[in-house]
Structure formats: C-alpha cells, structure tokens
Design a protein around this ligand. Structure first.
Ligand code: 6PG
Length: 260
C-alpha cells in the first residue's frame, strides 16, 4: 500500500466539517493514549481553525486533557498578546476553556532577541520535552491550514531554509511575509501519524485544485508523513474547482474519495 494514504472529504458547510474533524481528533487521541499513554498534537494558526477550536473547547474530559500535549505548527514573531499571535487565538478560543495542565501546552518561544534565537529556543524546548519522556520527536496528529499561495504552517514557496530538512523548528525571515515566523519543519510535520488539512472558503478553491489535481509544486504538497495518513477536510466552496472521480463515496456528512 502506498504511503501516505491520502483521503479527501468534502462537506456542505464548516459546521459539518468541524464536527467530523472533532470526531477524528477524539478517535486519534483515544488510540494514541491507549497505545502510548499520551496524545501529541500540533495545532495550526490562522483563522480557519477557530470554529474547530470552539468545538474542541467543549471537550471537558479532564483525564483526556491530562494526557494531551499541545504544540503549534507555527507562530508569528510577535508578543503573545498581539492580535496577530496564533497562540493568542488558540488561547482565547480553546486553551482558556480547558482543564489542561500548563506543562502540557508548548507554544513556540516568541520573546527572544530575534527570530533565530526564538526558533533555537523553541527547538531546544521541544527536544528536551521528548528526551525527558525518552522518545524521538513525533506527533500523533498535525492539523494544518493552507495559504492561497500553497504555504502551510510557515513554510512558504521559494523560501525553504535548509533547516527544514533536518531540524524540528525553523526561523522564517521571508521579506514577502508580514511577520517573521517560527515554524515546524517538514521533517517534524512528516513525523506525524496523521496530518489533517483544514481548508475552507472559495478563496482557497484555486490553490486546492492546483495542489490536488494539477499537482503544482507548493510547500503544502511536500507534506508527506512517511508512514502516515493525510486527510484533506474541505468545505464545498474550497472544493468547488475539483473534479470528483467516479469512485467517490458518501461517509455520513461528507463526500469522500481516496487520492492515493
Ligand atoms: C498562519 C498559519 C498559516 C495559515 C494559512 C491559512 O500563521 O497564518 O499558520 O499557515 O494556516 O495561512 O490561514 P487562514 O486559516 O487564516 O486562511
């Protein structure tokens, strides 16, 4: 069987999409906790995941949250109280509602002398965390957004620093991008057992078609979890330019098909 398995799910609206993603998140968490006693998950930035965060915030199971380790896929090099901070959105829409131990939340460092130091300190923290529990760094689930230019996390087209091949965390100083960034590298993302792309809105329809049907080379298309699975969760606006194959199926609220 070719890896990664890639499955695409299209939903009528974001309400049905986020309900499905919540079920997947809870299933992945249960399986990881049963297998290894904890669930390593990385959450995306941007605005798309806000609806999902608000639903996840309703999961009140303390036993669960004691076993969940929350990381970020990327962050802007701004203070945590900035309106541009991904951590601020994650905190206000999700983390503040959870009974999750503070030591289980691992935001990237953004208060450092520069973005290079911020990325280095973030990488150091992540390595120390995994070394303390005696495992190589991995994620059970990484949820990603998709930019209209095909970026994901903070890995942008034509700006792929060398570190992304070997390190876990890299600094991104792309003059075309509003903020300097700290991002998981492809190496870190591809250590995941599951990756879920969360893409909604008609403004993403072009890039979705270019990436999934035309196979244009964009950073999001380079996410390739070695032994894992990629799910694309789209609403019908984001999927409107895709040509559904004849072998699509219905799965509850979704139309879905396996890409590979
Ligand atoms: C960020 C994100 C970025 C985001 C995409 C989609 O910091 O902005 O990590 O990769 O996921 O740009 O953003 P929206 O969800 O706001 O469209």
């Amino acid at each position: 069987m070719p890896f990664p398995i890639q499955e695409l799910f299209i939903f009528d609206n974001t309400h049905k999409l986020t309900n499905h993603l919540l079920k997947l998140w809870l299933k992945a968490a249960e399986e990881a906790i049963q297998a290894r006693g904890c669930f390593m998950v990385a959450l995306p930035g941007g605005k798309t995941p806000i609806e999902f965060f608000s639903k996840l915030a309703g999961v009140g199971d303390m036993d669960l949250w004691n076993r969940v380790q929350v990381f970020q896929t990327d962050e802007r090099f701004v203070t945590p109280d900035s309106s541009e901070s991904n951590y601020r959105i994650q905190k206000e829409c999700l983390l503040d509602f959870l009974s999750i131990p503070q030591g289980n939340v691992h935001p990237f460092v953004t208060e450092a002398k520069d973005v290079l130091q911020a990325a280095a300190l973030s990488q150091k923290h992540m390595m120390e965390f995994f070394q303390k529990i005696g495992v190589a760094p991995y994620f059970d689930l990484v949820i990603l957004g998709l930019g209209e230019d095909g970026h994901t996390a903070s890995l942008f087209p034509d700006y792929l620093p060398d570190e992304i091949k070997k390190d876990l965390v890299c600094a991104v100083e792309d003059p075309r991008v509003k903020h300097k960034r700290i991002s998981l590298t492809f190496s870190a993302i591809n250590s995941a057992s599951q990756v879920g792309f969360l893409v909604t809105g008609r403004q993403k329809a072009d890039i979705v078609k270019k990436m999934l049907e035309d196979h244009i080379d964009v950073p999001a298309g380079r996410v390739h979890p070695r032994l894992g699975k990629i799910n694309y969760f789209l609403d019908k606006d984001a999927a409107q330019k895709l040509t559904a194959p004849k072998n699509f199926e219905h799965d509850g609220d979704a139309v879905f098909w396996r890409i590979t």
